[in-house]
Design a binder for this molecule. Sequence first.
Ligand SMILES: [Fe+2]
Ligand SMILES: [Fe+2]
Length: 305
Amino acid sequence: MITTNFDYESCIRASERVSWKLDEVFPANLALDFSRRFLPNAITGIESLDFLGDKERLTLNHISGNAYLYLFYFVEEYIVASVVQHANAEMFGDPMALRALLRFAEEEVKHQQLFLRFKDAFARDFGFPCGVVPNPQAVAEIILSKAPMAVALTTLHLELVTQQHYVEGYREGDGALDPFFASLLKNHWLEESQHAKIDALELQKLAAVATPEQIETAVGDYLAILEAFAGLLGAQASLDVTTLEEAVGKKYTEEQRQAITASQTRAYRNTFIILGIQNPMFLKYLEQFSSTGPGRVTSQIGALS
Ligand SMILES: [Fe+2]
Ligand SMILES: [Fe+2]
């Protein structure tokens, strides 16, 4: 049984306190500044690619930053659909839960618009086409076909990692990071922290009526979603190498291409998958309704890295 020290009402209050407007966080037509890193070194792994010069590393950091925000847009496609389903289940039910879920859905669509605004600005100011993995709607449909508890677990996992990413970025705050990019992470995290709590409350409702078999299936489905996501992140890493070559105007050797792809894949999988599996809050909630769950998911860390 999941226990929490918050409820839908406290989530609404916190959401009202921290809520922001898209045009204030990201004014339309704002020019991006490419003089500083977008992502902290702690989550890119680019520093270990010692055959890249400083300019190439910075450019790869920018490419990774663009992909990072786009990947949030990408997964939020299924999250919006899932949260609307949860809201629909509360129609004529608990008005507080309904309101919390509707705010959650509205904020998540706003985040998608924020990330698309960044993607458009990047395409305009970077000067080179930047490949990103296609078909978020098709992937959303596949995820939504899984057990509802597995979908809710995946969402909880993703909301919790945004908090970790911001804390990592903030800790590094030595002026080397682009303050505008850092502000996007901060504003995203401010609203995601309520989303993670609402995910826990929704999981609590699902877990309360689930059989042990349904819970086992949900943990398996959650791992299947992560496996598919790991494949997608590998595909994004391959696109990054091509973009980097275009942007710096040089061709890398096959060995170098493979090294960059492997490093990008490892970094994305660590950022989006491994940090979530290892997140103490995630494991705490999982353990409360599945005593074998934490062991099952952490045993897959090697396979998903
Ligand atoms: Fe979001
Ligand atoms: Fe969210």
